[in-house]
Design a binder for this molecule. Structure first.
Ligand code: AKG
Ligand code: FE2
Length: 310
């Protein structure tokens, strides 16, 4: 039996050169073997995590009409609240979830209530950004590139980033399954933090594996644009949420894409006409997001359109 890899973030930033190169190797192995890992010793104060979890909880506890003031459906709407069943599965098993999506970068957006939400969420986004940037350097090096290569090629300084706050409320009076259908995320990789109610599962070696049990860790999932850019060396991770505990699950999800007008295709350094032809069609990240939104209602994925079937 194998376990989800654990990566010690502190060794990336303050390890000796030897420790750093070891952890970069571990990062590469985690991306190759699992496509996901737990990130520990990340340095985000537990007090800040508690604050953002509490204020998110307060948001979801607002009366329905107040939450619906933020209801929106456009993929580029800066603030988007939605709730309901997974649209794809309307006639099959249905899963309940509420989600608040905020565009966090290049500009930060947040509802004006509850009080303090915007300040706390903005602080959380800034601090998680530092982690994302360091991880990007490590991932870039693990692919054999210089640390800044991915950042430069994907215009990550002006990247499009979302903070999605998911809530799976426990509703004892309703017979509702709670969770999220199997999917992969857009962007380079996703950082996910859960309150202490488990639910995230990843598909590994033909089985669903629960990602939980490491306290105070981020779960990091490789996403579609890492697979595309690495020409399939690192795969996007299939995952889902299944919430069984009789408690409310809240998750904080940071997606980290390139800038919207960046055309993402396989890095020329990882394409070789003979041995490793390009496996993905280039597409602007913004177009990919729009396409994904259109396809979701049909139960399809933009990834299937850019992937070249050899
Ligand atoms: O809430 C979870 O555990 C999963 C969330 C997720 O996969 C997403 O928001 O993309
Ligand atoms: Fe996801």
């Amino acid at each position: 039996m194998s376990f989800v890899p654990i990566i010690d973030y502190s060794l990336l930033t303050s390890g000796t050169p030897n420790e750093r190169s070891k952890v970069i190797q571990q990062l590469g192995n985690a991306c190759k073997d699992w496509g996901c890992y737990m990130l520990v010793n990340h340095g985000i104060p537990e007090t800040l995590i508690k604050e953002i979890m509490d204020v998110s909880d307060e948001f979801f506890n607002l009366p329905k009409e107040e939450k619906l003031e933020f209801e929106a459906f456009g993929v580029f709407d800066p603030i988007r609240f939605s709730s309901g069943f997974n649209a794809v599965e309307q006639n099959k098993d249905t899963l309940w979830r509420e989600v608040l999506r905020l565009i966090a970068h290049p500009d930060f957006h947040c509802p004006h209530k509850p009080s303090g939400f915007s300040e706390i969420a903005s602080d959380y986004v800034k601090r998680t950004q530092v982690i994302v940037n360091e991880l990007l350097k490590g991932v870039s090096e693990s692919l054999g590139f210089e640390a800044s290569y991915m950042n430069k090629e994907l215009n990550l300084d002006s990247s499009f980033r979302l903070l999605a706050v998911n809530c799976y409320p426990f509703l004892p009076d309703f017979d509702l399954a709670r969770g999220l259908m199997p999917h992969t995320d857009h962007g380079v990789f996703t950082l996910l933090y859960e309150n202490d109610v488990p639910g995230l599962e990843v598909f590994h070696n033909g089985k669903w594996v629960v990602m939980s049990g490491v306290p105070n860790a981020f779960l990091v999932l490789s996403a579609d644009h890492l697979e595309i850019f690495s020409n399939g060396v690192y795969k996007s991770k299939l995952h889902r949420a299944v919430v069984k505990d009789e408690c409310k699950r809240i998750t904080l999800v940071n997606t980290n894409g390139p800038s919207l007008d960046t055309v993402v295709g396989p890095s020329p350094r990882l394409v070789d006409e003979q041995d490793r032809p390009a496996g993905y069609l280039p597409m602007k990240y913004g177009e990919y997001l729009e396409l994904q939104t259109k396809l979701t209602t049909a139960g399809k994925h933009a990834f299937d359109i850019v992937r070249i079937q050899n």
